[in-house]
Design a protein around this ligand. Structure first.
Ligand code: HEC
Ligand code: HEC
Length: 246
């Protein structure tokens, strides 16, 4: 009898948790429509960029960060965040610099918050800052799935720095040596030869790689190990490995 009671209580608890979770996610359509109308073009563009450049993968929908995704980027709506970056032009500038330069968390050589300098223009980063300042409202930007290798390559923003598979990357303007001034191309026979095995590719994707010791302004390879699930990383590595590079 006692056991039964325990089960009932846990079921009730589970029900309450599910209802609470649904309530948190549901945004009434009317509210959404109103929101769409009331935000500036900068905020709307920022909302697109936030998804398109993979910020959403680490900081979560609505910028709720770790609350949604354990061990990923911090919340961009928490009281702590608002204390670090209070509203005001000076702190908007600090946010812009943060997004340009990234933040390296040295744990197993892991580089965590990507540096977007020269990948995103200052104007685009300004739009993202406007979106963050608006509280990262849900503006109904579609977030792609992560079923296929191509979907993962796109939604984890690999394409933003490396270009589409095999074509070669974007310029890493501030890097000191010419060999680092173009972000390497991913996929193709030369790539396969350079790495020799899937394991070597997986290792870079999981742990990232610093360029110029992470000097501000230089783009480095972010770590995706805590962002993608093991299954997603497997699919991604297989996709890269088997691509013809064309
Ligand atoms: C691979 C995961 C990842 C991606 C992608 C990512 N971030 Fe971050 N971000 C982090 C981590 C981790 C930190 C925390 C760095 C630290 O603690 O110093 C962070 C920190 C930040 C901060 C500072 C927050 C604070 O409280 O100090 C801002 C702002 C931010 N990211 C914005 C962005 C934006 C905008 C994008 C997309 C253009 C983005 N991030 C993409 C992982 C990521
Ligand atoms: C913010 C830009 C950025 C993003 C996003 C990014 N990378 Fe990178 N990646 C780099 C840079 C810069 C390097 C080069 C590091 C160097 O010069 O040694 C690199 C290096 C690599 C390498 C090693 C290539 C070589 O020839 O040595 C692999 C593999 C790689 N990235 C895969 C990926 C994958 C897969 C994704 C998506 C999950 C991704 N990268 C996302 C910037 C990025």
């Amino acid at each position: 009898m006692k056991l039964r009671r325990g089960l009932q209580v846990s079921l009730l608890l589970l029900f309450v948790i599910i209802v609470a979770a649904c309530a948190q996610r549901a945004v009434p359509d009317g509210e959404l429509e109103a929101a769409r109308g009331q935000y500036s073009p900068e905020v709307k563009n920022g909302a697109w960029l936030y998804v398109d450049f993979g910020c959403v993968r680490c900081h979560g929908l609505g910028g709720r960060g770790r609350d949604l995704l354990p061990a990923s980027g911090p919340s961009l709506v928490s009281a702590e965040f608002k204390k670090t970056f209070p509203k005001g032009a000076e702190f908007d500038g600090a946010l812009l610099q943060m997004i340009k330069n990234g933040a390296i968390i040295e744990k197993d050589g892991v580089a965590s918050m990507p540096a977007w300098n020269s990948i995103l223009s200052d104007e685009e980063i300004g739009d993202i800052v406007a979106y963050i300042r608006a509280g990262l409202p849900n503006l109904n930007v579609p977030v792609s799935g992560t079923r296929t290798g191509q979907e993962i390559y796109t939604s984890f923003a690999c394409t933003k720095c490396h270009g589409p598979l095999g074509t070669g990357g974007i310029r890493n303007q501030a890097a000191s040596s010419p060999s680092h001034q173009i972000i390497p191309k991913i996929g193709g026979p030369g790539f396969k030869q350079k790495f020799g095995s899937r394991e070597m590719v997986r290792s870079v994707v999981l742990h990232g790689r610093l360029v110029d010791q992470g000097r501000p302004g230089v783009v480095y390879m972010p770590a995706w190990g805590k962002i993608g699930t093991a299954a997603e990383i497997d699919i991604l590595v297989e996709y890269i490995w088997n691509s013809s590079g064309e």
